[in-house]
Design a protein around this ligand. Structure first.
Ligand SMILES: NC(=O)c1ccc[n+]([C@@H]2O[C@H](COP(=O)([O-])OP(=O)(O)OC[C@H]3O[C@@H](n4cnc5c(N)ncnc54)[C@H](OP(=O)(O)O)[C@@H]3O)[C@@H](O)[C@H]2O)c1
Length: 242
C-alpha cells in the first residue's frame, strides 16, 4: 500500500514548516510550495528526497497554484490531504490601511486558499475511497478580534464559513473539512508584536504560555488523521485557552 499524500501551502517556515515535518514523521509523502525556499526546508528536502516535494509558487497566482497541484498529482499519483496554511498579515487600523494591503490579504488568504483547496479536492475526488481531508488554518482573531487586524480577521472568518459549507458538500464523498484557529505563535508573521504584548497575551491564557508551531502542527496531524474519521465541519481552537 502506498503512503498518503499531504499537500501543505506555505511550508518554507513558521507553522507550515512544522506541519510538513509532522506529516512526514507520520509517514506521509508531502508536497509544499512557497514563494521562496529556506535553509531548513532545503535540509529537509535533502534528507527526504523520495517523500518530500517542494516548489516555488505564489498563492496570489491562480495559474501557479494550478500548475503546482498538477505537478504534485503527476509526481505522487494522488492527493489525500490538503492543509491550507499560507497567509499574509498586514497590521494597521482600517482607516489608514492601503488598497494594495487589503487586496493582497484577500488575494492570498482567501482567493489563493480557495483555489488551492479546489485544485486539491479535484484530485481527491478522483480517488474512490480512503481517508481524505482538508484542513484550513484560520486564527483566533476571526472570532475574538484584535485591534489592527480587522482585514486579516475578515479573511480568516471567510475561511471558517468556507470550511462549514465545504464540509457539507464533500461529506457525502467521504472527505472531511475542518479548520484550526491558533492563538498567537512566535513566527515571522507575528514578529512585530512587542515583548510586553507577548507577556500580556500569555498571562491571559489558561495555559499561561504562548503556543509553539509544534503545538499546532500536532493538531493538524491528528485532525487530518484517520483516527478523526467522523470529525468534520469543526473550527478547532488551538490557543491555550484564550
Ligand atoms: N503566527 C501567528 O501568531 C498565527 C496565529 C494564528 C494563525 N496563524 C496562521 O498560521 C498560518 C501560518 O502562519 P505563520 O505564522 O507560520 O506565517 P509565516 O511565518 O509568515 O510563514 C508563512 C508561510 O507562508 C508562505 N507564504 C506567504 N505568502 C505566500 C504566497 N503569496 N504564496 C505562497 N506562499 C506564501 C511563506 O513563504 P514565502 O514568504 O517564501 O512565500 C511561509 O512559508 C497562517 O495561515 C496564519 O494566518 C498564525
Amino acid at each position: 500500500m502506498t503512503s498518503p499524500v499531504s499537500v501543505v501551502s506555505g511550508g518554507s517556515r513558521g507553522l507550515g514548516f512544522a506541519i510538513v515535518q509532522s506529516l512526514l514523521a507520520r509517514g506521509d509523502r508531502v508536497a509544499t510550495f512557497s514563494r521562496s525556499t529556506s535553509p531548513q526546508l532545503d535540509a529537509l528536502l535533502a534528507a527526504n528526497p523520495e517523500c518530500l516535494h517542494a516548489a516555488r509558487a505564489d498563492a496570489a497566482s491562480l495559474l501557479q497554484i494550478r500548475e503546482f497541484v498538477a505537478g504534485v498529482a503527476a509526481r505522487f499519483g494522488q492527493i489525500d490531504h490538503c492543509v491550507a496554511n499560507a497567509a499574509i498579515a498586514h497590521e494597521g487600523v482600517l482607516a489608514t490601511m492601503r488598497d494594495d494591503e487589503i487586496e493582497s490579504m484577500v488575494a492570498v488568504n482567501v482567493t489563493g486558499t480557495i483555489v488551492f483547496v479546489r485544485e486539491c479536492v479535484r484530485q481527491m475526488l478522483v480517488a474512490a475511497d480512503g481517508d481524505r481531508s482538508v484542513t484550513l488554518i484560520s486564527s483566533v482573531v476571526a472570532s475574538r478580534g484584535s485591534p489592527g487586524l480587522s482585514v486579516y480577521a475578515a479573511t480568516k472568518a471567510a475561511l471558517e464559513g468556507f470550511c462549514i459549507c465545504l464540509a457539507r458538500e464533500l461529506g457525502p464523498r467521504g472527505i472531511r473539512v475542518n479548520a484550526l484557529a491558533p492563538g498567537f505563535l512566535d513566527t515571522d508573521l507575528s514578529a512585530s508584536l512587542a515583548m510586553e504584548n507577548r507577556e500580556r497575551i500569555s498571562r491571559r491564557l489558561a495555559m499561561q504560555r504562548l503556543g509553539t508551531t509544534a503545538d499546532v502542527a500536532g493538531v493538524v496531524s491528528t485532525v487530518s488523521g484517520s483516527g478523526m474519521s467522523f470529525v468534520t465541519s469543526q473550527v478547532v481552537g488551538v490557543d491555550g485557552g484564550s
